[in-house]
Write a protein that binds this ligand. Structure first.
Ligand SMILES: [Mg+2]
Length: 149
């Protein structure tokens, strides 16, 4: 198993509420800081069109809800029923992980790459700790991969 080096993040229901209300999930900034420390490459893999995503990221970065680098994050272009990690340019499938709240978007052959997160949904409780939990899961995956080297 190659150590994970590419982290693909869903947007709606994972990092924020949705593209309309754009509530940042509790712990978002800390999660992204953690991710940037441990993954050389972080991409956004979302069903929301890039021309809608960019202004959302600009606002979140302006408010300090996400690190400044998020405003320039690579957004994966894709089409189809599922988020095929093969759509990420130059990424090695076995070292790529996807954090997504919707199982239906996960490619059936790529379930091992999926880190599930509970949907961030109404009433958007500020007691939500899913991003903290997922950071711990990612840490575990990274350590597990290193232990096998
Ligand atoms: Mg989602």
């Amino acid at each position: 198993m190659s150590p994970p080096d590419t982290l693909a993040l869903d947007l709606e229901g994972t990092l924020i509420s949705n593209a309309m209300s754009c509530f940042p999930r509790p712990g978002l900034r800390a999660f992204l800081d953690f991710a940037a420390l441990h993954f050389p490459r972080i991409v956004l893999f979302t069903a929301v069109a890039e021309h809608r995503v960019r202004p959302i990221l600009d606002v979140l970065a302006g408010e300090g809800d996400v690190p400044a680098w998020m405003a320039g994050i690579e957004i994966i272009g894709w089409s189809g029923e599922v988020k095929d990690l093969g759509c990420i340019p130059r990424a090695c499938l076995s070292s790529t992980l996807l954090v997504d709240d919707l199982e239906s978007y996960v490619h059936p052959d790529q379930r091992a790459q999926w880190i599930a997160i509970e949907p961030f949904s109404a009433p958007y409780p500020d007691t939500d700790r899913e991003l903290d939990r997922v950071a711990a899961v990612l840490r575990h995956r990274l350590q597990g991969a290193l232990g096998q080297m």
